[in-house]
Design a protein around this ligand. Structure first.
Ligand code: HEM
Length: 354
């Protein structure tokens, strides 16, 4: 009997700290990256065993272009670059990213230690393009003051939402993950009245109760983020967002958005509805106060995969499409994508993702 592949530890209870490392692989750095990927589970266990109560987890994920530089053999079926969505007013940009190391724990010192060990081991094989230290803000609120993560699936529903299954047997047990770093204009947000803020989110601020459908604005964040399959069932992702940034506002502050899913389609559809709008033009009101400055997508392989990596590619990877849009002309908007647009009824029209 084939053993069931063990996923990386994505599903933990919500921790109080997180550290997000977004890296690009420098030319010739592939071997060092392979070595560190293989060592990550052991290295994380070494730090975690010193404070098991802190729920330390470190999850490595690999971008589309990097995959072919690191591994021979098949690729995860749906691994592709982050899609740029360009609405009339707001854009979700794609930015350089080959690797994501998502470290979380109830203690920032443990996150720091894993981040330090990983980046020390990688040395000049990589360039750190973004390092974000996230913190819990009161009762799981984002810095905009609203509770974030309420509608995340739990238990088996969470496992189903993020786990690749029989549709891609070679990568069963893995997940897809999308990230975006948002910079929030807190002065502008806090200039809104509480009812205006609640209209932007679709939930009450203090009590965190969802508005009734007949009063919830169609451009509210949660109205636009409901995505259904062909059977009418909602398709979930597992979000692990964290507030980050400078208290004084002298630097940047905002939300590090991160969502794991069983396929990239569902996050792409959410982003299309948020940025282009549903119908087009009816975009997410939250975006008037918070700006996406990064965007990238990755595949999260299982622990078994990391501990027994496929061989490196025998020949240099062909020139593959980069993971980034390097100029506005390279950007792919929904109207420019070659595959057919999803149905406009908010359904992915693909049935279950499993
Ligand atoms: C600055 C960035 C963001 C902030 C501050 C934010 C905040 C929130 C808040 C406060 C909620 C309501 C409570 C909850 O169910 O979690 C929510 C819900 C949600 N958000 Fe976001 N979010 C952000 C970005 C995104 C992005 C980029 C996506 C998807 C691509 C997304 C997807 C969702 C989904 C799926 C829900 C649950 C909808 C439902 O079923 O009610 N969010 N978000």
């Amino acid at each position: 009997m084939c053993p069931v592949p063990i996923p990386q530890t994505i599903l933990t209870r919500k921790t109080t700290s997180a550290l997000f490392l977004v890296l690009t692989i420098d030319d010739g750095g592939e071997d060092a990256v392979r070595e560190v990927l293989g060592d990550l589970p052991t290295l994380t266990r070494a730090v975690s065993s010193r404070a098991p109560e802190a729920a330390l987890a470190a999850i490595a994920s690999i971008g589309s272009a990097a995959w072919d530089r690191l591994f021979d053999g098949p690729r995860p079926r749906s691994l592709r670059p982050f899609v740029v969505y360009q609405g009339e007013v707001h854009t979700a940009p794609a930015t350089p990213a080959d690797l994501l190391v998502h470290i979380k724990a109830d203690r920032m010192d443990l996150c720091f230690e894993v981040g330090r060990l990983v980046t020390d081991a990688l040395g000049d094989a990589v360039t750190v393009v973004d390092e974000v230290h996230g913190f819990r803000y009161f009762d799981l609120r984002d810095i905009i003051g609203f509770v974030d993560g309420t509608e995340n699936p739990v238990g088996q529903a969470a496992i189903d939402a993020i786990t690749v299954g029989d549709e891609d047997p070679a990568f069963a047990g893995g997940s897809y993950v999308a990230i975006q770093r948002y910079v929030t204009d807190l002065e502008a947000w806090n200039a809104l009245s509480v009812p205006e803020q609640e209209d932007a989110i679709g939930r009450t601020k203090f009590d965190n109760v969802e508005m009734d459908d007949d009063v919830k604005p169609t451009n509210s964040h949660i109205a636009l983020n409901v995505v259904t399959g062909a059977d009418g069932e909602e398709i979930d992702v597992v979000r692990d967002n964290m507030p980050y940034g400078d208290a004084s506002g002298s630097g940047e502050r905002g939300t590090f958005y991160i969502a794991y899913s069983a396929g990239p389609d569902v996050t792409e559809e959410m982003l299309r509805k948020m940025f282009v709008g549903d119908p087009p033009g009816n975009y997410d009101r939250l975006l008037d106060f918070t700006t996406a400055v990064t965007g990238a997508q990755f595949f999260t392989p299982t622990i078994d995969f990391l501990e027994d990596l496929p061989d490196p590619p025998t020949a240099p990877a062909d020139e593959v499409d980069g993971d980034t849009a390097t100029s506005p002309d390279d950007r792919v908007s929904t109207s420019e994508r070659s595959e057919p647009d999803p149905p406009t009824d908010g359904s992915l029209g693909i049935g279950s993702l499993h």
